[in-house]
Write a protein that binds this ligand. Structure first.
Ligand SMILES: Nc1ncnc2c1ncn2[C@@H]1O[C@H](COP(=O)(O)OP(=O)(O)O)[C@@H](O)[C@H]1O
Ligand SMILES: [Mg+2]
Length: 235
């Protein structure tokens, strides 16, 4: 059974009033296996983020269905839905947009863990945060800072750290390195590769850079005008 999949997903957006619609996704089916990394490439405006947001449970498709561990997302509520959102983390291109600007980084990391694992003591949570920061080559003084004081690379690593603290099974990274310079890009990609190897986390990695996607992914898909196709390995 796939960890995350969708069947016949379509997404229509209204344009100019009610009569006109634009099909951003046309009958997309996709499966992600446990521990697999799937890469999605395609030009800007082809529907990559729309699909990522639907798979991450941030948007509802016009038709079709998303499944997590074989259970349909639209039928989930309460604890099951909470469990889905903890396990499927969506990482935006602009990581600072997904952090509360008034929180310190310590709070950004700690709050979701407290909410999702109420039985963990603050001491245990702090230990986990400290050891994770070390792994991500982030200094511990960063915990006292606020999101706007971080560089793009630091912010992206904090968002990845947050997903790891939640022990997410799937990380959807939507152009996570596009705004970063080359050396920081490489750092983030290698970090994600280590996470995959050590934790068996499944990834959906979206980029317009085919080489980067090939380097990171077991399987590569191409999105074009709302249609998703698997790329042949020998293309
Ligand atoms: N909320 C929305 N309302 C109307 N059109 C949208 C909306 N979101 C995305 N689109 C359109 O859907 C298409 C696909 O967008 P997107 O998924 O963001 O592409 P990508 O991530 O591949 O650049 C684009 O033409 C975009 O303008
Ligand atoms: Mg996009």
């Amino acid at each position: 059974m796939s960890i995350l999949s969708c069947e016949h997903v379509a997404m229509k957006f209204r344009t100019r009033g009610d009569e006109n619609t634009f099909s951003a996704l046309k009958d997309v089916s996709f499966r992600l296996e446990k521990g697999e990394s799937a890469g999605i490439v395609g030009p800007s405006g082809s529907g990559k983020s729309t699909l990522a947001e639907i798979l991450g449970g941030l948007e509802k498709p016009s038709s079709g269905e998303v499944f997590f561990r074989g259970r349909s997302l639209s039928s989930m509520k309460g604890d099951e839905l909470k469990d889905f959102h903890r396990n499927v983390q969506y990482i935006f291109q602009d990581p600072k947009a997904s952090m509360n600007p008034f929180f310190t980084i310590a709070k950004v990391l700690r709050e979701p863990v407290r909410i999702n694992f109420p039985s963990l003591s603050d001491e245990v949570i702090n230990e986990r945060i400290e050891s994770l920061l070390e792994r991500l080559s982030l200094p511990s003084w960063i915990l006292k800072r606020r999101p706007y004081e971080l560089s793009g690379g630091q912010a992206q690593r904090i968002v990845i750290a947050r997903a790891l603290l939640l022990e997410s099974e799937v990380i959807i990274a939507d152009e996570p390195t596009s705004s970063l310079d080359i050396s920081v890009q490489a750092q983030i990609i290698n970090l994600m590769r280590h996470i995959r190897r050590d934790r068996g986390t499944s990834f959906i990695f979206i980029s317009h850079d085919l080489d980067l996607v090939r380097y990171f992914s077991d399987r590569v898909y191409r999105m074009e005008d709302g249609v998703l196709r698997e790329e042949d390995a020998d293309d």
